[in-house]
Design a protein around this ligand. Structure first.
Ligand SMILES: [Zn+2]
Length: 83
């Protein structure tokens, strides 16, 4: 990779997954085995990025029930994909 990076002419809408209630992009998921265990993750650009402390501890998919870090919203991540 290299060369000149020309800025995008028109701003393109990123497929960001964010909370439909507060717009927060930080969520957490509960351990299916131990509901008291939670795993934080973010979804910048539609990718699921687990918190570095949580990598490998739980698999977070679009079918995972996610809980918003800031408000009471929770639901499956694939529900956030629809516009
Ligand atoms: Zn929220």
């Amino acid at each position: 990779m290299g060369g000149g990076l020309s800025g995008p002419a028109t701003p393109r809408e990123e497929p960001t997954m964010k909370c439909p209630q507060c717009g927060c992009q930080e969520f957490y998921a509960k351990d299916p085995v131990d509901p008291f265990e939670t795993y934080r993750f973010m979804c910048p650009g539609g990718d699921i990025i687990p918190d570095p402390d949580n990598i490998g501890q739980i698999e977070i998919t679009l079918q995972t029930e996610a809980f918003c870090d800031r408000c009471s919203w929770h639901g499956r991540l694939d529900a956030l994909k629809t516009t």
